[in-house]
Design a protein around this ligand. Structure first.
Ligand SMILES: CC(=O)SCCNC(=O)CCNC(=O)[C@H](O)C(C)(C)COP(=O)(O)OP(=O)(O)OC[C@H]1O[C@@H](n2cnc3c(N)ncnc32)[C@H](O)[C@@H]1OP(=O)(O)O
Ligand SMILES: CC(C)C(=O)C(=O)O
Ligand SMILES: [Mg+2]
Length: 521
């Protein structure tokens, strides 16, 4: 027989904040952040490792791809609950459960409808009574599939409080076990949000039968502060995203929220299940996948978050780290590694460092990654963690039609840039030369000619992953053909080679996507 929880366990549970990660749903909604199924699964595996409580994997009715991604995450991820979003309508809910059912009792249907006057009048064109009825009907339908139902009052912070309380009470009666009070447009401020949650606790008769969740957007830069205020008022689930990505200015940043609770435990006596040393690997994984970096001064995961350049600070740090660091880099997974990786390093140190960074490769991939690492180490004095991340990302890419062979470029102030490119297409070597407006343009033109692609290059970004003139450059391109838009990434100490790799990567992904589409028709 199960033992009754002790007083301490009950107390701990009351102070436990469930972390609901919506990187794969709200995060992915933001321009530039879309991920394919395989990339979503990779992020979900990292979230599993980080031990978040709930992963919102997508919006199953949005597209076939989103449906498949939610289904795959529901099938493969063990531990966290898996949520899927759906509007308050039968078709959306049925479709969501079709994907979520693979998670069994860990599947959560998350349904929502807007409750503010602005949204009801202008967007939904529905009277409040109709919205209330739709909310109840949706929750009842969701509850017919699973007892794990979350309901969100979209635009809650601009909703009249008595109506908000009425909807929340009704959906709990209908079967919602989590009620989410989102600050959809990032409008509220901490004091007001605290009062909204307090109001609901005082005016909703059955509020103790559900967990109060909050979901904050960052339009005024207050999403983390608002989430903390809500927790202080009694919310026990916080919705957030890696790197704070999401609609417009983004969502509450997972790493900032978690580290605020951990660092200020003295006055925020709450706990989470999150393994904080997985925060940096998660941030880097997402950056690598989307190609969207975080600003250097970003709290917790920015390149400068633990850097000290000013003399007075450096002096303080040498005396005692607590003078200028309120948390350790190790606590967020940024280990000051004792092992410096360079051309004299061996396979053991390489493998161990990859594992510390959260990468598990099978023997074949590990061997190939090691070869790449050695080649890079020959070109650079020191290979940094970011270099390793880039190598692993390249190694774990899908099957390829096009393989980049050699590139020879001539260019200069007075020369017309010329690129000779050799590719393998389905294993056959092909070669051509092109002129261009600069070496990158010439190289990409040559690849376009060889592959005969009709796709348009719609975005090109270049950045240095590491520092110094021998840094790894990383190029991200976005390529579109019809409705298919894919991201390609390439890294190298040679920026022209990185550009070619990124372009070839994008063309391979486009080819794979078109092949899959044909197979499903
Ligand atoms: C605050 C948030 O983040 S909400 C989530 C936002 N995320 C997304 O929208 C991404 C996924 N969305 C999509 O793929 C599409 O918008 C779909 C598939 C959901 C719907 O596509 P379409 O049928 O073409 O509708 P469209 O997006 O143009 O308009 C939304 C419709 O849903 C209705 N609607 C919006 N929210 C809700 C809701 N919660 N419950 C019920 N109906 C809703 C709107 O009133 C509108 O209805 P109408 O078509 O009768 O005018
Ligand atoms: C669907 C809900 C939870 C949402 O994303 C929002 O209101 O911002
Ligand atoms: Mg949102």
């Amino acid at each position: 027989m199960a033992k009754a929880p002790t007083k301490k366990q009950k107390q701990d549970d009351r102070q436990l904040i469930r972390v609901f990660d919506t990187t794969l749903r709200d995060g992915e909604q933001a321009p530039g952040n879309s991920m394919n199924i395989e990339e979503k699964l990779r992020v979900a595996k990292q979230l599993q490792k980080m031990n978040v409580d709930v992963i919102e994997a997508g919006f199953p009715i949005a597209s076939e791809g989103d449906f498949e991604a939610v289904k795959l995450v529901a099938q493969q991820i063990k531990g966290p609950q898996i949520a899927g979003l759906c509007r308050a309508g039968d078709k959306d809910i049925d479709r969501a459960w079709e994907a979520l059912k693979y998670a069994g009792d860990k599947g959560r249907i998350h349904t929502f409808i807007a409750t503010s006057d602005i949204h009801m009048q202008y967007k939904l064109k529905m009277e409040p009574a109709k919205v209330l009825a739709a909310a109840i009907k949706a929750v009842k339908r969701a509850a017919s599939y699973t007892p794990n139902v979350e309901f969100s009052c979209e635009d809650a912070t601009r909703t009249r409080l008595p109506f908000l309380a009425e909807v929340v009470e009704a959906v709990i009666d209908a079967g919602a076990t989590t009620v989410n009070i989102p600050d959809t447009v990032g409008y509220t401020i901490p004091f007001e949000y605290f009062n909204i949650i307090t109001y609901l606790k005082e005016h909703v008769r059955n509020i103790d039968r559900a967990i109060i969740s909050v979901h904050c957007h960052n339009d005024l830069g207050l999403s983390v502060a608002n989430s903390i205020a809500a927790v202080q008022a009694g919310a026990r689930q916080v919705e957030c995203t890696i790197n704070g990505i999401g609609e417009r200015a983004g969502n509450c940043s997972l790493e900032e929220f978690i580290m605020a609770l951990r660092t200020r435990h003295d006055i925020l006596p709450f706990t989470t299940n999150v393994a904080t040393e997985q925060l940096t690997p998660a941030s880097r994984l997402l950056t690598n996948i989307t190609g969207i970096g975080v600003q250097p001064n970003k709290a917790i995961v920015g390149a400068n978050a633990f850097a000290h350049e000013a003399g007075i600070h450096q002096h303080g740090m040498m005396m005692d780290k607590s003078t200028y660091e309120i948390m350790t880099p190790e606590s967020v997974g940024l280990s000051a590694s004792a092992l410096v990786l360079g051309k004299h390093s061996g396979r053991h140190a390489f493998k161990q460092r990859l594992e510390e960074l959260g990468h598990e490769l099978d023997d074949d991939k590990l061997n190939r990654a090691f070869e790449r690492f050695k080649a890079l180490a020959d070109l650079k004095k020191e290979v940094f963690d970011e270099d390793l991340d880039a190598i692993v990302m390249e190694e774990s890419r899908e099957d390829v039609k096009y393989r980049l062979g050699h590139i020879t470029v001539t260019c200069g102030s007075f020369a017309v840039a010329t690129a000779t490119v050799q590719l393998e297409i389905d294993g056959e070597p092909v070669r051509t030369a092109e002129l261009g407006d600069g070496p990158v343009d010439a190289t990409l033109k040559a690849i376009k000619k060889l592959t005969k692609t009709k796709a348009k290059l719609v975005q090109y970004n270049v950045g240095a992953i590491t520092s110094g003139t021998d840094a790894q450059g990383e190029v991200t391109v976005r390529v579109a053909e019809g409705n298919n838009v894919v991201v390609g990434k390439g890294s190298s100490t040679d920026i022209i080679e990185a550009s070619a790799k990124a372009y070839v990567h994008a063309l391979n992904r486009l080819n794979l996507r078109q092949k899959r589409l044909k197979e499903t028709v």
